[in-house]
Design a protein around this ligand. Structure first.
Ligand code: NDP
Length: 342
């Protein structure tokens, strides 16, 4: 069967493409440029089941038209992963909100127009940021679940990159559910969303480890390169591993019981101190080179505040999520190998 995946060059998407190819799917990926196309084809060793099309900007209303004109008749599953993920902008609408929202609407409209009868399942990569209301994260009485929605509005989210990114994912996901409901009589597909927390883990290819990594892995990369006299920040969040997130994307279209669901893929809280403890314990070459902080005190930072309960998703997916230790360890091993510091 043929799977279309948007944003195939992304950190998470590469792991999904790899798992799809291993399971013998024909994969049509979209990337933004010829250079990325050539690079990916080389990295996947010109796998005959991998086809790449160029979609320079998902915000353009006709972004996916050509892809569907050419391949629509054979695409059975669509995974929409592409969306801007960075905080470093003040152009909140142009850089974050509009591409996230319009990109989602554009791919869904192209399915309806060109592949309404052939596409059976659609998976939109959403995020825990579509679930979590930032203003409530320090309230210990709050529990976020598969039912929760970020309460940000289009106007009030435009205060900083983090708030705008969080909201961009909420508006995009909401548009997907609205689309599925409003077009129920005109489309065949069932929708599933995958809502990961911050995603760690190795890049699929060592060569993609560079000075600055994708937004989530950069948290670990930053601590590996933090000066010994630095102090860990009080920032904390929830994490998951990229290989689990990729697996969830496959189950999201392969299994009947995931149709219509929001899959919240997360394995608990973490803070800087927890990551530093793992780095200092597992990698003696980092001792005295990176901060030590106050080992063992991570939960003093992470335990207060709101919690996320994704027991419904855990039960549904039925596999064990990778631990913080494993995901941080594997991320660091790859970075240190690339820097000849193993
Ligand atoms: P990446 O930045 O590695 O991947 C994002 C992908 O989207 C890239 O291929 C990027 O292309 C593409 N893209 C972004 N904007 C556009 C645009 N306007 N037009 C066309 N393509 C675009 O990030 P991740 O792999 O981490 O993220 C993938 C998805 O997962 C996103 O939807 C993100 O919101 C979601 N997510 C990520 C989490 C994480 O912690 N990593 C957590 C929860 C959700 P290019 O690189 O060429 O610009």
């Amino acid at each position: 069967a043929t799977v279309l995946i948007s944003g195939a060059s992304g950190f998470i998407a590469l792991h999904i493409v790899s798992q799809l190819l291993k399971q013998n799917y024909k994969v049509i990926g979209t990337v933004r440029s010829n250079e990325k196309r050539a690079k990916l084809l080389r990295q996947f060793q010109h796998n005959p089941n991998l086809f790449l099309e160029i979609v320079p900007d998902i915000s353009q209303s006709n972004a996916f038209e050509n892809v569907f004109k050419r391949h629509g008749h054979e695409i059975r599953y669509v995974l929409h992963t592409s969306s801007p993920f960075y905080y470093d902008t003040t152009e909140y609408e142009n850089d974050l909100l509009i591409p996230a929202l319009e990109g989602t609407k554009n791919i869904l409209n192209s399915i309806k127009r060109y592949a309404a009868d052939t596409v059976e399942r659609v998976v939109v990569t959403s995020s825990c940021t579509a679930i979590i209301t930032l203003a409530k994260t320090s309230d210990p009485s709050v529990v976020f679940t598969e039912q929760s929605w970020n309460e940000a509005t289009w106007e009030n989210c435009q205060v900083d990159g983090i708030n705008a990114y969080f909201a961009s994912k909420k508006f995009a996901e909401k548009a997907a559910w609205d689309f599925a409901r409003e077009n129920a009589g005109h489309i065949r597909f069932k929708l599933t969303t995958v809502n990961p927390s911050l995603v760690f883990g190795p890049q699929l290819f060592d060569e993609d480890v560079c000075e600055h990594l994708n937004t989530s892995c950069e948290i670990i990369n930053g601590l590996i390169h933090a000066p010994a006299n630095g102090t860990p920040s009080d920032l904390h969040s929830i994490f998951t591993d990229v290989r689990d997130v990729a697996q969830a994307h496959l189950y999201a279209f392969q299994r009947e019981d995931t149709a219509g669901k929001r899959l919240v893929v997360s394995n608990g809280k973490f803070g800087d101190q927890d990551i530093l403890d793992i780095l200092n314990k597992d990698f003696p070459q980092l001792n005295g080179v990176i901060p030590l902080g106050k080992p063992g005190t991570g939960d003093q930072v992470t335990s207060p505040g709101a919690t996320t309960d994704n027991s419904v998703t855990r039960e549904l997916l039925g596999f064990e999520f990778k631990s913080l230790h494993q995901t941080v360890h594997d991320t660091a091993v790859q970075i240190l190998r690339k820097e000849n510091r193993q």
